[in-house]
Structures are given as C-alpha cells and as structure tokens.
Write a protein that binds this ligand. Structure first.
Ligand SMILES: Cc1cc2nc3c(=O)[nH]c(=O)nc-3n(C[C@H](O)[C@H](O)[C@H](O)COP(=O)(O)OP(=O)(O)OC[C@H]3O[C@@H](n4cnc5c(N)ncnc54)[C@H](O)[C@@H]3O)c2cc1C
Ligand code: SF4
Length: 330
C-alpha cells in the first residue's frame, strides 16, 4: 500500500478544508476504501477520517421523518427502534448485507459511496474505464454474471453493490451534503448514483470532496415492507438481484407502491414503470407479471448474464405476491 497522510479533524469545516489537499479522500468505516487501497485501485495521498465529526446520531424531523447522521453504523441504523418500526425495508436491506463485524464498522455515508464489486475494476492488470478512464472494459469480453442489465453503456456494465441504497431509493430518502465552499444540498437517493454513459469513472453526482453529513427519511408510508435479495450464498454475498418494496392495499386495490431493484444497474434502479402500472390496480398475478415484464422490457443481457432478466422478473413478482398476501392477512 502506498504511504499516505492521516488527518482526524473535529469539525465539518476542518474536514472540508483538509479534503481540499491534492488527492485526498474521506474515511468512514474503511471497510471498502482500505481494501481498495491495499489492491492499489485507490491511491489517495491523504485520508481525512470523519469519525470525530458530529454526524453519529438520529434526530426527529417535522412531519414524522427521521434524520440519520452519516457516521451512524449499519448495525445502529438497522436496529434503531424507528427504523425497525417505520422503515422496515431499510432494516432488512442492511441486515442482508456483509457480516455483523462489517456492519458494526461500516457507516451510512460510506455504504452509499462504496465502489462496484466488478472483478475487473479490482484487478489492476485488466482494462477498466472506471479505474483508468478511456482504457476500455474487460467485463465486455469476460464472464459478467454480476453485471448490469439495465441502463449500462458500451463503456461500463458495472452494478452498484449497496443493499442499503436500494431501500433508501424506494423510501425516497434524501442525502444531505456540504461542499468545501460551505454550500449545502439535498439530493434524492434515486439521483445520487448515475448511469455510466461516456464517463463511468464517476459513480455519483457528488463533487470532489463533497461530504455526506446526514440522510433524511420522509414521513413513514405504512404498509408492508420487504427486502428480497437473491445471491449465490445465503449470507456474506452481494445481490445478483434484489428488490426493496413498500406496498399498501386499500379496498382490495394497490394504494401505495414503492419498488426499487439492486444488482441490475450502475445505480439503485427505481422501478417506476412497474409502480405506475400497479397503482390503483388489484394485486393479481396477471398484474404483477405485466409490471415485471414492463420494467425489464429494455433489459440487455447476453451470455453469462442472460439469466438475470428472468431472475429479476421472478424476484419482483415473488416480492409483490408476498407483500400482497401479508397486506391481505393484516
Ligand atoms: C466481504 C464483504 C462483504 C460485503 N457484503 C456486502 C453486501 O452484501 N451488501 C452491501 O451493501 N455491502 C456489502 N459490503 C460492503 C460494505 O457494506 C461497505 O464496505 C461499507 O458499507 C462501506 O462503508 P464504510 O463506512 O466502511 O466506507 P469506507 O470504506 O470508509 O468509504 C467508502 C467510500 O465512501 C467515502 N466516504 C465515506 N464516508 C463519507 C462521507 N461521510 N462523505 C463522503 N464520502 C464518504 C470514502 O471516501 C470512500 O470513497 C461488503 C464488504 C465486504 C468487505
Ligand atoms: S464494467 Fe465498468 S468497472 Fe467493470 S471493467 Fe468495465 S468499465 Fe471497469
């Protein structure tokens, strides 16, 4: 690993000043960044540790929402009373990720910004335009079963790996940031990550050195919350396909639906086509199938990836079926 300077500021202002140094990176739990530094995929000159910043708590928001500090660990977030009661899909998504030891260390901000698990990205002997802009994409020629089937480009077919971010997208969470200039902004979780296009080196819309300070969860939606994750092993594995779903029935029809997919795109994929098709409809198998078909209509998958299109459709339908059954029984 390349030598680096380590800075541990006590305030956001000091952290933002320190991050202005050439080639500096924030350090959250380090469970992704340090691994990538050992592989020399990431080579920062300076690490700005954000643990001493006042970003480690929860606060109630007006209207029933909840604000979460960026340094709250994945364990604390998953187990918080309000999250378990009102945002259960988020708790389930977090608990499906990594291991207890990693979740004890990993932070909310770092989880959003963890990098792709594309094996070619992590292998510095292979061409990768995300790691080395313009060098090509080894995934286009090799096995690519963990790669994207929606929204990919000819320059990159990587997927975003976070389970938490998929639930945050379904819940319409907002990521609240601060730039070195002091300017703050609130970014919808669905808009934080971007599609690769011609510039796959950019994972998100954040500017260099922009600090995630908090995440705002809007007022609870009620209904049934469900996170379904399909993976090669039942634990300690990333999603091949996942669904974050909130469903509420009223008078035998779908009153509220929020659906997002993981493991299929460069970003958490909000399933807007399926949501639109299902709103106000009866929760029938026929309607679930039509919604899943519509959402995957533009999917592109070849060779080792081809199975993911059918897998995504079946995962969507199974989640909808299970949630509708729970709603009907309630
Ligand atoms: C073996 C293994 C299995 C895993 N399995 C899963 C899984 O199944 N599902 C899943 O979702 N994840 C999984 N993970 C990933 C894990 O969840 C992430 O490594 C973790 O969430 C990253 O958080 P962190 O705080 O450690 O981030 P770090 O490694 O510290 O940082 C990650 C990135 O975020 C940036 N950053 C950190 N905090 C901030 C901030 N406040 N503002 C701006 N930038 C910031 C850093 O500069 C860095 O670029 C796994 C990891 C491992 C090692
Ligand atoms: S899919 Fe993206 S991350 Fe993976 S090798 Fe291609 S350019 Fe790199």
């Amino acid at each position: 690993m390349k030598p680096f300077e380590f800075i541990r500021p006590e305030s956001a202002e000091a952290a933002l000043q320190a991050i202005g140094a050439d080639n500096a990176k924030f350090l959250g739990g380090g469970t992704n960044l340090i691994d990538l530094m050992k592989l020399e995929v990431e080579r920062p000159d300076t690490l700005v540790d954000v643990h001493r910043l006042p970003m480690n708590g929860f606060s109630e928001m007006g209207g029933g929402g909840l604000r979460v500090g960026a340094e709250v660990t994945n364990t604390a977030l998953a187990n918080h009373e309000r999250i378990r009661k009102d945002y259960r899909v988020l708790s389930e998504a977090l608990l499906s990720g990594a291991t207890a030891q990693l979740r004890n260390r990993a932070t909310t901000g770092g989880n959003f910004l963890q990098r792709t698990r594309c094996y070619y990205f992590m292998d510095t002997t292979r061409p990768c335009s995300k790691r080395d802009p313009g060098s090509g994409c080894a995934a286009l020629e090799g096995p690519s079963r963990i790669h994207a089937i929606l929204g990919a480009s000819e320059h990159c077919i990587a997927t975003h790996p976070s389970d938490m971010a998929v639930a945050m997208a379904a819940l319409d969470a907002k990521v609240e940031t601060r730039k070195a200039s002091g300017e703050t902004r609130s970014i919808a979780a669905t808009d934080l990550h971007r599609l690769p296009g011609n510039t796959p080196q950019y994972d998100t819309v954040l500017e260099e050195g922009e600090l995630i300070e908090t995440v705002a969860l809007p007022a609870p939606l009620g209904g049934t919350h469900l996170y379904r994750k399909v993976r090669d092993r039942s634990s300690y594995a990333f999603a091949l396909v996942s669904t974050a779903l909130v469903l509420k029935l009223n008078g035998g029809r779908i009153d509220t639906i929020r659906l997002a997919l993981g493991g299929v795109a460069h970003k958490p994929w909000r399933a807007e086509k399926a949501e639109t098709l299902l709103s106000g409809k009866e929760p029938t198998e026929e309607n679930f199938k039509a919604a899943a078909e519509a959402e995957l209509a533009d999917a592109k998958a070849e060779g080792s990836q081809a199975f993911k299109v059918e897998l995504a459709k079946r995962t969507i339908m199974a989640a909808l079926r299970e949630a509708a059954d729970q709603e009907t029984a309630a």
